[in-house]
Structures are given as structure tokens and as C-alpha cells.
Design a protein around this ligand. Structure first.
Ligand code: ATP
Length: 140
């Protein structure tokens, strides 16, 4: 079994997509190991997206990610990291609606920034991100 970090971003939570996304998660055979509703502050959002700190969209990204509560989950199944990335679809939700119409970002995202959900992009970032939010969870 593998674990990944999934997050419903502020637009997903405020748009009331949490229950529908959790249904999709369970139907896709993920086990929800941990879940938490939390409000990110500027420092936390900046630290989470530290790899993007030099990008031009970073200040907007931090504003977006702190605009309301997020719903964070640790998901577990075989190939959890790539299976969850596959379910959420491409970063740009506008494109997702055309190329991956059944993806979660096509369902509830809006554009390349407001894309409704997050998923770890590798097993190593999954490990880092799970520890970031759930310091008591031993991964693996
Ligand atoms: P995430 O890491 O949130 O799962 P991702 O891996 O698909 O998304 P990244 O390239 O890691 O995409 O970008 C992180 C986040 O930064 C995106 O999910 C999006 O919210 C925002 N972002 C990425 N590219 C842009 C852009 N060109 N303009 C505005 N925001 C962007």
C-alpha cells in the first residue's frame, strides 16, 4: 500500500464539493487514513508551496490558498500517488474540462490557479506533505 496527500483547496471547500469528492475517493478504492479541515495562514501556505517560491504566480497562490479553509486527507491504496494524480486531472482546470472531462478538476476547478484539489506528485513529496500536515502519522 502507498500513501498520498490530497487536499481540497479553498474553492472546493467553499463550493461545497467536499462530500462529492470524498465519494469519488471512496469509490476509487482509496482508504481515507486521516482527514482534517484547517485554515492555512500565510507562513504555512508559503512553506507548503516552497518549491514555487520564485514563480511569478507565488504571491497569488498564497493568497488563494489562505482565502478559506482547506480539507486535507491522507489517502491509501496501491499506487495511491499516481492514481490520485490521474483522478484529479491536469493542473489547468480549463484544459481539464476538455481533455479529462471526468476528472475532479474538470468537475470543480476553474483555471490554472483555482483548480480545486491538490495531490502529491511523487512518493517523496507525499512523505514530506503527510508529515507537514500530520506529524504523528508514520508513512509507509
Ligand atoms: P498541486 O501541487 O496543487 O497539486 P500541480 O502539481 O498540478 O498542483 P504545480 O505546478 O505544482 O501544479 O502548481 C501548484 C499550484 O500552483 C497549482 O495547483 C495552482 O493552484 C498554482 N499554479 C500553477 N501554475 C499556475 C499558473 N500558471 N498561474 C496561477 N497559478 C498557478
Amino acid at each position: 500500500e502507498e500513501r498520498t496527500l490530497a487536499m481540497i483547496k479553498p474553492d472546493g471547500v467553499s463550493g461545497n464539493y467536499t462530500d462529492e469528492i470524498k465519494r469519488i475517493v471512496v469509490e476509487a478504492s482509496f482508504n481515507i487514513v486521516k482527514e482534517m479541515l484547517t485554515q492555512l495562514d500565510k507562513d504555512t501556505a508559503s512553506a507548503f508551496y516552497d518549491e514555487h517560491s520564485s514563480r511569478s504566480f507565488f504571491p497569488d497562490l498564497v493568497t488563494y490558498m489562505t482565502s478559506g479553509p482547506v480539507f486535507v486527507m491522507v489517502l491509501e491504496k496501491q499506487n495511491a500517488v499516481s492514481d490520485w494524480r490521474g483522478l484529479i486531472g491536469p493542473t489547468d482546470a480549463q484544459r481539464a474540462k476538455i481533455s479529462h472531462p471526468h476528472s475532479i478538476r474538470a468537475l470543480c476547478g476553474k483555471n490554472s490557479q483555482k483548480n480545486c484539489v491538490h495531490g502529491s506528485d511523487s512518493t517523496s513529496s507525499a512523505e514530506r506533505e503527510i508529515k507537514f500536515f500530520f506529524k504523528d502519522v508514520v508513512s509507509g
